[in-house]
Design a protein around this ligand. Structure first.
Ligand SMILES: C=CC1=C(C)c2cc3[nH]c(cc4nc(cc5[nH]c(cc1n2)c(C)c5CCC(=O)O)C(CCC(=O)O)=C4C)c(C)c3C=C
Ligand SMILES: [Fe+2]
Length: 437
């Protein structure tokens, strides 16, 4: 759910009222120290001052509630920008681990709900990087915390508490994993309207948790904005292979379905983990130069969908949200049996237990040494059961024709912690269970 902060006033509006012209990001610096307290005085509830680019004031004020039974950033509609960051944890006791979780929760609450940056003696480093100005706008930011299997395996005081299906990501046949882009004790998924909001949040956490967290790897992603269609429906965004991505995702507004597909539960999982979710992350390079030379018919057969609308190949005039009828096409004359969507979800009674909620971003990281574009998909999927979800589906996809055009190079498996109620901290159920054991 997205909440609109009322009466947001942009820094531009405020400077206009003060009779000052706006010269991009240099204005705050140009105002000098005397002007900043004046800005802070205006920045009372209902008068938020934000360094918002023109036209961004309303979206800057969007905020996603932090507290609740599940973490934000999983069912939350995916905004335009994402960062996935993986860390190693350096703590020497359960008490320190708890301290780390409390501090991480405190920073996450502040960054996602927004507010004024506290002023400090100028002889000291400022409390904030200043990237977003004197008032932090929520900008739809969510920060989702996950834990990796290595953490549970390293610390005695967490022994026996690992979520049952949490494991180190194994190598699949088409993988060429770069160890510098894999695994980690702790994951943070940042999602926001603007990339600057994610970068600001990441830097805040790095600065405030430097004694506990060492960064291992990170990758930035984005999705293109998609205008609503003429019939009012919202088309899925396109990935870097030019296809709509997300059409067959289970409905995140269907709470009963999400309880089955996304949220971990059941007697075979430790109780502290109920309400969390397994997070499967894969950095999958796309060979875009090769793809752009492949015939359209080959591209469409590889996915099992039409490129322009995303409709299934057995109903090309339908919409991307229409469901393919594989029973009526047993020999795969319309939708090839080895097409991506048919392998990923054969839509049999048995495959209903292999569903997952995908929340990917596209990434673009410049040029490889061989002169090819380094572009691909930052694949992120959430599921109640990692083995029945991502691992089973990836095993079915092994050897698919799409492999000629993609190469998984990194990623990891993490467990996104359950949500918490107001005043509590993320991971408190795990810490309590560790104290009891
Ligand atoms: C193991 C899980 C999956 C990986 C890895 C994966 C990689 C991957 N996918 C695309 C593009 C598309 N995927 C689409 C559908 C789709 N993909 C998966 C799973 C994985 N994809 C599932 C479960 C599904 C849904 C199948 C269904 O229920 O019909 C589609 C079609 C549109 C859509 O539903 O999203 C596209 C396009 C790429 C480019 C990629 C790796 C680079
Ligand atoms: Fe896919």
């Amino acid at each position: 759910m997205i909440r609109q902060t009322p009466l947001a006033v942009t820094r531009r509006d405020l400077l206009g009222r003060l009779g000052l012209s706006v010269l991009g990001g240099t204005v705050a610096g140009g105002l000098g120290p005397l002007a900043l307290p004046a800005l802070a005085d205006e920045a009372k509830p209902g008068h938020q001052v934000v360094d918002a680019p023109a036209g961004h004031a309303e979206t800057a004020a969007q905020s996603v509630p932090f507290y609740g039974p599940h973490q934000a950033g999983i069912l939350t509609p995916r905004p335009a920008s994402g960062i996935f960051a993986s860390f190693d944890i350096v703590v020497s006791s359960l008490d320190e681990f708890e301290q780390m979780l409390k501090l991480l929760t405190e920073r996450t609450v502040f960054l996602t709900q927004g507010g004024e940056v506290p002023a400090r003696d100028p002889k000291l480093p400022p409390t904030d990087s200043g990237l977003l100005g004197p008032v932090i706008a929520p900008d739809n930011l969510t920060i989702t915390l996950g834990l990796g299997a290595s953490l549970f395996e390293r610390y005695d005081w967490l022994a026996g508490l690992k979520p049952t299906r949490l494991q180190r990501m194994m190598q699949f046949p088409n993988d060429a994993l770069d160890p510098a882009l894999c695994h980690g004790d702790l994951s943070l998924q940042f999602c926001a309207n603007l990339p600057d909001t994610n970068i600001h949040a990441l830097r805040d956490i790095l600065k405030n948790l430097s004694e506990f967290l060492v960064m291992r790897w990170m990758i930035e992603g984005f999705v293109p904005p998609v205008p609503p269609a003429a019939d009012g429906s919202t088309p899925s965004a396109r990935n870097f292979l030019g296809f709509r991505d997300g059409s067959a995702n289970p409905d995140a507004n269907d709470a009963e379905l999400m309880d089955q597909v996304v949220w971990t539960h059941g007697a075979d999982e430790p109780e502290w983990a109920h309400g969390g979710s397994y997070q499967a992350v894969r950095v999958i390079r796309n060979f875009v130069e090769r793809w752009d030379r492949a015939p359209l018919s080959e591209q469409e057969n590889i996915f099992g969908r039409t490129k322009v609308s995303g409709a299934p190949l057995d109903a090309p005039e339908a919409s991307e949200y229409d469901v393919p009828d594989y029973a009526a096409d047993p020999d795969g004359e319309k939708t090839p049996p080895d097409s991506h969507i048919r392998l990923a979800n054969p839509r049999t009674p048995e495959s209903a237990r292999n569903l997952m909620l995908r929340r990917p971003f596209n990434y673009s990281r410049g040029v490889q040494k061989n002169g090819q574009l380094d572009q691909g998909l930052l694949f992120i999927a959430y599921q109640a059961d990692l083995e029945a979800g991502f691992i089973a589906v990836q095993n079915r996809l092994n050897g698919e024709p799409l492999e000629e055009y993609i190469k998984p190079v990194g990623g990891g498996y993490f467990f996104a912690l359950p949500g918490v109620e107001a005043g509590d901290y993320l991971g408190s159920s795990l810490v309590k269970a560790a104290r009891r054991s």
